[in-house]
Every structure is written in C-alpha cells, then in structure tokens.
Design a protein around this ligand. Structure first.
Ligand SMILES: NC(=O)c1ccc[n+]([C@@H]2O[C@H](COP(=O)([O-])OP(=O)(O)OC[C@H]3O[C@@H](n4cnc5c(N)ncnc54)[C@H](O)[C@@H]3O)[C@@H](O)[C@H]2O)c1
Length: 270
C-alpha cells in the first residue's frame, strides 16, 4: 500500500542486479512511494540486461557506472541531474564484492591486489560517490544517502573474510562524511546493517545456507527480508527521519543484541 512518502523525491539507486537484489526491492518500493530515480550498475552487470526490466517497470533511465571510477560517477551525477530536472534527494549504495571471497582465498592468505580491489568496490566507492556529489552540490538540503552493511563489521564471522574489513571501512565513511555533509547542507549519511539475505552477493559467502538458518534462529523476529530492508530504506529517504545521521542502523530482527536464544540452546541439549 502506497502512502506517497517519497512523492517529489529524486534519487540514484546503485546495485540492482536481478530481482533478488536488495537494490531491486528498494527501487520497486521507492517507485510505489512516488519517487523518481536513475538506476545504475557496473557496465559488466548491464550485460545481463535484467536491469532494463526494472527500468521499464519503474519508468527509470539506466546509466552504467563503475562505482570505482570517479569519472563514471561524475558522468552519472551530471546525467542524473539532467534527466531528473535538478538536484537529487537520495542515493542508495548497494554494492559489495570481494575477490578473495569469490576465489576462495582464506583470510590468513589474502592476495593483496584482490583485497585492494574489493576494498575499492565495496567501501571506497561510497566515499567516491559522496565526494563527487558533495563537490557538485548535487544533493538537496535534508537529502539522504544510504549504504548497506553487515554485522561482520563489529563481530567475527570467519567466512565473511575481508568483506568484514570492507564493511568496517564503509561504516566509518558514513560517520566521517556524514559529519561534513551535515555541516555543509544537512545531508544525512547512514549505513543499514542487514540480516543475511539470499542474493547473488550473499550466496557467494561459504556456508551461506547454514548461516541463514543459524541467524534465523538467533533473531527473536527472524531474519529481515530484502522487502523489509527496502521499506526501511524508504523510511530513511523520507522526511520522517530527518535527524538520523552518521549511524549504523541494525535491521536484523534483533540478532545484534541477542546472546543466545532458547531455540539454539535446545540444539545443544543432551
Ligand atoms: N545479501 C546479504 O546477505 C547482505 C547482508 C548485509 C548486507 N548486504 C549488502 O547489501 C548490498 C547489496 O548486495 P545484495 O545482497 O543485494 O547482492 P547483489 O549481488 O544483488 O548486489 C551487489 C551489487 O554490487 C554491484 N557491483 C559490483 N561491483 C560493482 C562496481 N564496480 N560498480 C558498481 N556496482 C558494482 C553488482 O553488480 C550488484 O548489483 C551489498 O553492499 C552487500 O554487501 C548483503
């Protein structure tokens, strides 16, 4: 049910690869709530073509951009302002990739050029997006910028590998840039720390199915779905959350504050 929460808002959504992607769900909900936006993804992801279905469904334009390239981001922001007819109100950064994870390289045996690539794609790209928007004065006052994170930034989940370090860096950028952007033009910057979710990026992590079941049992409300994550993103793009900034916000059914649940204890009963 739409309430027109984002009516008149304009944005850029990074990271919709297929209909399982969190960004895909955010685009659907943002459209339902009246927003207009540009969709973007890495040129290589475009070749799969699925994003065009989403663009059609949401009346959006697709602009390819490699989020590690400042030149691509500059072009994306210039083009988006032209297409949308002015400054933007929200950006979703929904991007993550680790070459070490992809190639099964252990955390104690990282190949550092892969580490640097993953860091650039998963974290530094967020700084690049923010810095480019900041310099171009591309975001309206009280705008909202969000990135997606995971609790491995705070606690060890061994198979998450170097993505844990990337997420720590990502969350730190939200705090640091959130300060400067808040002072300059009241733009808020946050990360959402989402439950494990069955997507292309998620399922690349070793033992992911078992991990989703464990997390489900360790969360009083159960794992938060991608659809619910999209609802949370929409609320953070809206004017109802104007004073929330520089935060890492857990959207995880209570997992982050749970030591153990009765269901998990029972698994260990003699
Ligand atoms: N799935 C989970 O369990 C989970 C949990 C918490 C947080 N997250 C985070 O949510 C975000 C979205 O991931 P998802 O689970 O929807 O998976 P996904 O695979 O659908 O999305 C990841 C996106 O990153 C894009 N990407 C990769 N390299 C890029 C580049 N150089 N430039 C631009 N885009 C690039 C991919 O094309 C893809 O669209 C990621 O930051 C991920 O770490 C996921």
């Amino acid at each position: 049910m739409s309430t027109g929460l984002l009516k008149g808002k304009k944005g850029i959504i990074f990271g919709a690869l297929n209909d399982q992607s969190i960004a895909w769900k955010v685009a659907e909900k943002a459209h339902e709530e009246g927003a207009e936006f540009v969709l973007t993804n890495a040129p290589i992801a475009m070749r799969m073509g699925e994003i065009n279905n989403l663009a059609e469904k949401t009346g959006s334009t697709v602009i390819p951009a490699d989020a590690t390239s400042v030149e691509d981001i500059e072009n994306l922001i210039d083009q988006s302002m032209k297409i949308l007819g002015g400054k933007i109100d929200f950006i979703l950064h929904s991007i993550g990739m680790s070459v070490n994870v992809r190639k099964g390289r252990h955390y104690t045996d990282e190949k550092y050029d892969w580490t640097m690539k993953g860091l650039d794609v998963s974290a530094l790209s967020f700084h690049k997006v923010l810095q480019t928007a900041y310099k171009k004065e591309a975001i309206n006052d009280w705008g909202s910028v969000l990135a997606l994170s995971y609790i491995a930034a705070q606690r060890v989940f061994p198979d998450y590998n170097d993505m844990a370090d990337n997420k720590s860096y990502l969350e730190s950028i939200a705090r640091s840039f959130g300060y400067h952007y808040g002072v300059k033009s009241k733009v808020r910057v946050n990360t959402i720390s989402q439950s494990p979710t069955m997507t292309t990026a998620g399922s690349g992590v070793k033992g992911f199915n078992e991990f989703i079941s464990y997390s489900e049992k360790m969360s009083p409300l159960g794992n938060a779905t991608a659809d619910d994550c999209a609802n949370y993103c929409v609320s953070l793009f809206s004017d109802l959350t104007r004073y929330v900034t520089m935060q890492n916000l857990f959207h995880d059914g209570g997992f982050s504050n749970t030591g153990v649940t009765q269901e998990v204890i029972e698994k260990f009963a003699d």
